[in-house]
Design a protein around this ligand. Sequence first.
Ligand code: HEM
Length: 177
Amino acid sequence: MKGVVFTQFLEFVAGRFGEDTVDDIIEACALPSGGAYTSVGTYSHEEMHALTGALAARCGLPAADLVRDFGHHLAGSFERGYPDFFRRSGSYFDFLASVEEHIHVEVRKLYPDAELPAFTVVERSAKRMVMDYRSPRRLGALAEGLLRGSARHFGVEATVLAQPQGEHAIRFIIETR
Ligand code: HEM
């Protein structure tokens, strides 16, 4: 997984729990990278699972909730860092469809070693979209947070329901008001 996701994660942890927590979870994990991430580096996604597990243990919150909240935070960082990806979409659902068709395609051009999930739009109408997520990296909670967090840019309120489909896939039912 690209370092940019890790640097954003540590920024999220520092902002919500403080710098001491960042130091503590890095220490608790004995990571192969030592926790010294650079945005263009590549690290095992297992380090992300280790860090979120250590954070969950430290604050007594479920790891999946923390990863989802991080996804929400990451949507805000992407909005600031890559405004064109948001601007080119006329609507929230156009944007979500563009993650697979355009955004992650561009991400792969930028980082040929990126490990990206696959999204399939199963159903789409004015206020409801069904999208399947598939990835061996088990980061569905991150996807859920990104789905929720990116709604804000388009001025819509979205509810996102996650239905696990086996170990490596999740069906997301997204409804807007
Ligand atoms: C401007 C918007 C976006 C940008 C620039 C972006 C970029 C990236 C990058 C750089 C990675 C890391 C790849 C790696 O680790 O090697 C990634 C992973 C990921 N992205 Fe996006 N992304 C965007 C929007 C989204 C949205 C809206 C979703 C949710 C539907 C999403 C879902 C994911 C997930 C779940 C992963 C983790 C990898 C996995 O699950 O296998 N992304 N993205």
